[in-house]
Design a protein around this ligand. Structure first.
Ligand code: URP
Ligand code: ZN
Ligand code: ZN
Length: 472
């Protein structure tokens, strides 16, 4: 077992940024040392982190590797997606197993294990999407919580006929979660109202990608959030985690629930912090299909409204506890083309698993977020929220040695030409971000050392998760 000493860096945690040396022994952190005090220790390797931050590896709790969706399949496999994640300093992902009406939950889980096992560069856990809530899938929830390390279930208020659960199904699943301790994750958009707006838009000949956003207005996000919050309360205050929050109005409803002390939590994603309805989904103007690159749900919001500023504020106040990516990439040249002439057929989703740490660190550089909140929202809280802490999400004795060395003085230039994701475009093409990952260690093994990748794909292991440690 090899021992590594990381010297000269500033350890960033949820409580501060303190000059600290870190001793790694095998797969775990052995000790935190006052700077320079480890000189006498016998180690196999010393990594000089002078002038750099040392932080826990990123934890991205919302990815969809190789997910069948929208008539095609997300273009990153577990292999390519976790490779890209590793480059960007994310050392744990939690991906969504998909169960649809009539499918057996355990069989769906087995399929996801087969996809991931032996193919991942970083550790991975699973949430379960319940697309079909019935007696069997409700029973399976208990089994997954008790025996499979799956303690969170995503339900959809969107996508009628594909994933949507009605209010009765949602209530039943939440009641079950209330009994077994699981976290309910909610895709909160009023899907039946959206489908009607989509039908009306297409009937008017409005087929461009921008109409994907215009037919999913913020009010239909906040209405769904309100309903989800209400149903969770009716189900005994069972914890609720709202995914990919994009609109001010939805965030307001979440904040109001939290003010009452409800167990309501939420995430946002970098696309909602940086990209807009007009400049991205509407790119190229009338008749252009360029915006298809940016079709995701919930959709990008208007730059003429304060959504992005409100989301940054929510990250500061903890009304948004987590930044995940909702990494669900589709290539432009073939997959996104399915929606040419009909925006409703554009496969929904974007890729970003490689750039989350840098995109959120840019918020630190811009004075929108503290260094501590950067680490908290990108690593520590996701680990706690989904029952992986303190194995993940912290650099502390006994924790997995998942460590990122980050240079705040570097510049990261984002481009499809240089990224490692299996996507033929970058949603952040041309972005110049302040800061950059220099070294990535996962369970004691260096995966990335500067521009050299030294990781091994069989190394990523399944992380069975406990119950959320984030209840209030
Ligand atoms: O557009 C998105 N978000 N695609 C992935 C599926 C989901 O709803 O998270
Ligand atoms: Zn969703
Ligand atoms: Zn998603």
């Amino acid at each position: 077992m090899s021992r590594t000493l990381i010297t000269g860096g500033t350890l960033v945690s949820t409580t501060g940024a303190v000059p600290t040396d870190v001793l790694v022994d095998g797969e775990t952190v052995a000790a935190l040392l006052a700077p320079g005090t480890g000189a006498e220790l016998a180690v196999d390797r010393t990594i000089d982190a002078t002038g750099k931050y040392v932080l826990p590896g990123g934890v991205d709790v919302h990815t969809h590797m190789e997910m069948p969706f929208g008539g095609t399949e997300a273009s990153d496999t577990f292999e390519t997606g976790t490779y890209a994640a590793a480059w960007g300093g994310t050392t744990t992902i939690v991906d969504f197993v998909v169960q649809r009406t009539g499918q057996v939950v355990q069989e769906c889980l087995d399929t996801w294990h087969q996809k991931a096992a032996g193919n991942c560069y970083v550790d991975y856990g699973f949430h379960m999407i319940l697309g079909g809530v019935d007696e069997d899938s409700l029973k399976a929830m208990d089994q997954l919580v008790d025996h499979e390390g799956i303690t969170s279930f995503k339900l959809f208020m969107a996508y009628p006929g594909v994933f949507l659960s009605d209010d009765a199904q949602i209530l039943r699943a939440m009641q079950r979660a209330s009994g077994n301790g699981a976290m309910t994750m909610m895709h909160a958009e009023n899907g039946t109202a959206i489908d009607e707006l989509v039908r009306q838009a297409l009937a008017r000949g409005e087929t461009d990608p921008v109409f994907h956003g215009l037919t999913r207005p913020p009010l239909l996000e906040s209405e769904a959030v309100n309903r989800a919050v209400t149903l969770a309360e009716v189900a005994g205050g069972t914890p609720l985690y709202v995914v990919h929050v994009s609109a001010s109005q939805a965030l307001e409803r979440i904040a109001a629930a939290r003010t009452t002390g409800a167990n309501v939590f939420a995430e946002t994603c970098p696309q909602y912090l940086y990209l807009t309805l007009e400049d991205h989904l509407g790119a190229g103007g009338a008749g252009s299909f360029e915006g298809a690159k940016y079709a995701c749900s919930t959709p990008l919001r208007s730059k003429h409204e304060p959504h992005a500023a409100d989301l940054w504020k929510g990250l500061r106040t903890d009304d948004l506890a987590v930044v995940s990516t909702d990494h669900c990439p589709f290539c432009f040249q073939d997959q996104k083309q399915l929606g040419r002439g009909d925006f409703s057929k554009i496969p929904n989703g974007m890729g970003g698993v490689e750039h989350r740490l840098d995109l959120v660190h840019q918020g630190v550089a811009d004075g929108k977020l503290s260094l501590q909140r950067w680490v908290e929202t990108c690593s520590t809280t996701p680990a706690r929220m989904f029952g992986m802490y303190p194995k993940k999400g912290v650099v502390a004795p006994g924790s997995d040695a998942d460590i990122v060395i980050y240079d705040p003085a570097a510049t990261t230039r984002v481009s499809a030409e240089t990224h490692h994701m299996n996507i033929d475009y970058s949603a952040y093409e041309g972005f110049e971000l302040r800061g950059g990952v220099t070294t990535v260690m996962a369970r004691g093994e260096v995966l990335r050392d500067g521009d050299t990748f030294t990781g091994r794909k069989r190394r990523g292991a399944y992380v069975p998760r406990g119950l959320s440690q984030y209840l209030r």
